[in-house]
Design a protein around this ligand. Structure first.
Ligand code: PMT
Length: 334
């Protein structure tokens, strides 16, 4: 009798140990995946977009081309189900849009996962111009509306930019995908990672989007517009799962992954970048400070640290910091 109880107890302990080990083999990734489906609404078009990305990756992979997924712009976190108000992360999308152009110049095919209406490759060069101020009616005396003439002063280098844009379009080298909300971003990034995972080390992730760390789960969200007549607003937000973790471990383990680290306090920037590398075990972090991000970044890898600086001479030749970032990273990827 005593022996029987003891064996039973030992078996129970063994069973518990086994369950713990199975659970410990991939705890974060499994729970993040579960959380994604349970707490972030899946966009209705995600399967259709995944198919497009699959065909894109297959075509360029077969042609021996490297493929980079660029994320760009800020995510939007709704405060109400029928959304009137939302929290936004700061990002104009300029980093992502200009980097896309330099990756294309380096021979990459680009999936451009960007915030709706944030800056777009090539078009970004004229983002500050009112298009109508750059055009005038042509013909004799400007009296016909059948002919429109471009004012090259208002739209500088438009011919060269248009030519490059049309080449990229003709060769199908740029696949734009839009997101607005955090949920859309997370699900579309997951889909793209699963697709690009099939390309192995030919794939690169360049995660320049500014992604919210906080969200309100659908179950806690009021349906209707929050009423100011109820007094001051107190919101409790949950932590967004770090998508880098399953991306690196499960979805695209062979890919070259670059995350970005944005801080406003320079003194903590590099420590945070190194901590990210330690935690996620990816290839590089591009560290930047909000106020100086256009002229100074540090590319941190597990063994190196490269400062990239835009000099006055660079600026006078219209060199952009993104050209230096992309040159550094494509060199490392190769
Ligand atoms: O668009 P611009 O105006 O040109 O500005 C460019 C930029 C400053 C936005 C860009 O250079 C930049 O730094 N982007 C990252 C900003 C950011 O949100 O950092 P973070 O500390 O929140 O996230 C760090 C990394 O973790 C990011 O690469 C992000 O993709 C990733 N992340 C974030 C949240 C989350 N839930 N999962 C993630 O994997």
């Amino acid at each position: 009798m005593w022996m029987a109880v003891d064996v039973e107890e030992q078996l129970r302990k063994l069973w518990l140990l086994l369950i713990m080990q199975i659970g410990m083999s991939k705890p974060r990734a499994a729970s993040i995946d579960g959380k994604l489906s349970a707490e972030f609404a899946v966009p209705s078009h995600v399967d259709a977009v995944k198919e497009l990305m699959s065909a894109f990756a297959e075509r360029h992979g077969a042609a021996g081309r490297r493929v980079v997924l660029i994320t760009s712009g800020g995510t939007k976190v709704p405060l109400e189900s029928r959304t009137v108000r939302f929290l936004d992360n700061f990002s104009s999308g300029r980093r992502g849009a200009s980097s896309a152009e330099y990756f294309l110049d380096c021979g990459y095919a680009v999936i451009f996962l960007h915030r709706h209406r944030s800056l777009y490759p090539y078009a970004r060069l004229y983002a500050g111009v009112n298009l109508l101020d750059g055009l005038r009616l042509g013909g004799s005396g400007g009296c016909t509306d059948q002919e429109v003439v471009v004012d090259q002063e208002a739209l500088p280098k438009i011919g060269r930019v248009l030519r490059r844009y049309q080449e990229v379009k003709r060769d199908g080298l740029l696949l734009p995908v839009e997101f607005s909300t955090l949920s859309e971003y997370l699900h579309l990034l997951k889909a793209s990672a699963q697709v690009l995972g099939t390309l192995g080390s030919k794939a690169m992730f360049y995660l320049a989007a500014a992604v919210s760390d906080f969200y309100i789960p659908a179950s806690d969200m009021p349906e209707h517009k929050i009423q100011s007549s109820n007094g001051p607003l107190q919101i409790s937000m949950k932590m967004v799962p770090k998508i880098l973790s399953p991306l690196v471990k499960d979805w695209a383990p062979q890919a070259f992954v670059i995350s970005f680290k944005l801080e406003t306090d320079t003194s903590i920037l590099l420590d945070k970048a190194r901590k990210a590398l330690d935690t996620y075990r990816h290839q590089a972090v591009v560290a930047n400070v909000l106020d100086t991000r256009r002229g100074y970044v540090v590319v941190v890898t597990p063994d190196t640290q490269a400062e990239l600086i835009l000099t006055d001479e660079d600026a006078s030749k219209e060199v952009e910091i993104e050209e230096k970032i992309v040159s550094n990273l494509t060199g490392a990827h190769a």
